[in-house]
Design a protein around this ligand. Structure first.
Ligand code: C2E
Ligand code: MG
Ligand code: MG
Ligand code: MG
Length: 272
């Protein structure tokens, strides 16, 4: 019986693998169709200054409007975009759309900065440099209004590629943020090795403030360290007034989270 159980477990495992593989094939096919049919959209979430609550910029977050399944979260399809290399044309579209959006906002008198998230796939070619240069030239926007967000795990996959690409972009005035800071395996050496302007404290360290006083201590330490290195700090996932107040007292510069606004399509945003 024990042996049979083992065989069944193996069979179960194989079926699971086949399931996963056929699901991925299906999803990849669906994603290619999604690109052709313009089913991808960009939502924007405000980033505010904690001193005066002014919106200083937006983070561009990708969404997939699936015709049958509805809105699909990036966590469910970004990994496959990365695995298939489709992330490269998608980011090309994203950067060009974002630059056009920045220009449109400027025409309306709104000087919004917008940051986009990068994947490790962007560090092994010059495609990102070319894409960004073209988008900036076409729209004529000042590069200071464009930001790029990278995570430690993204950088870890190709540190020298990442540092070359980021140095080039930072040289034009593009702002670089280190996203999800503190999550996973952090290496403080990236803070020196890469051209980083802003550190984004991961939501994991924010959500249980104030109950978790250790996380207040950690946030405090990150802010002090960042400022000593000449960098600014943004807290992710701020959901309550009390969290905003505490972070403001810790001298954290910026915040982003449901308290200030959820990610929205551009026509639904309010700038008040
Ligand atoms: P991220 O870059 O860390 O983005 C922040 C995520 O936290 C977003 O999830 C946002 O909706 C969510 N969030 C913001 N404020 C709050 C809050 O107060 N509470 C809670 N519980 N959540 C909050 P989203 O949009 O689902 O994106 C998830 C991740 O997918 C992003 O994490 C980013 O890593 C990735 N992603 C999104 N768009 C892109 C993209 O265009 N390219 C790449 N490479 N990755 C992307
Ligand atoms: Mg991000
Ligand atoms: Mg993040
Ligand atoms: Mg993340």
């Amino acid at each position: 019986e024990a042996q049979n159980g083992g065989a069944n477990r193996v069979k179960g495992f194989m079926a699971e693998q086949e399931d996963r593989i056929s699901r991925e094939f299906f999803l990849e096919h669906e994603l290619k169709r999604a690109l052709e049919n313009n089913e991808l959209a960009i939502f924007y979430q405000p980033q505010v200054s904690l001193k005066d609550r002014r919106i200083i910029g937006m983070e561009a977050l990708i969404r997939w409007h699936h015709p049958e399944k509805g809105l699909i979260s990036p966590q469910d399809f970004i990994p496959l975009l990365e695995k298939t290399g489709l992330i490269v044309p998608v980011t090309r579209w994203l950067i060009s759309t974002v630059c056009n959006q920045i220009r449109d906002w400027h025409k309306q008198g709104l000087s919004m900065a917008v940051s986009v998230n990068l994947s490790a796939e962007h560090f092994d070619s010059l495609d990102l440099i070319k894409t960004t240069k073209e988008a900036l030239d076409e729209t004529g926007i000042d590069p200071h209004y464009l930001g790029m967000e990278i995570t430690e795990s993204t950088v870890m996959q190709d540190v020298s590629g990442a540092s070359k690409i980021l140095e080039e972009l930072a040289g034009w005035g593009i702002k670089v943020s280190l996203d999800d800071f503190g999550k996973g395996y952090s290496s403080l050496s990236y803070l020196q090795r890469l051209a980083i302007d802003t550190i984004k404290i991961d939501r994991y360290f924010i959500y249980d403030i104030p109950e978790n006083s250790q996380n207040i201590t950690l946030a405090n330490t990150i802010v002090t360290m960042a400022h000593n290195l000449g960098k600014e700090v943004l807290a992710e996932g701020v959901e309550t007034e009390e969290q905003a107040r505490i972070l403001r007292e810790l001298n954290c510069d910026y915040a982003q989270g449901f308290l200030f606004g959820r990610p929205q399509p551009p026509d639904k945003l309010s700038f008040g």
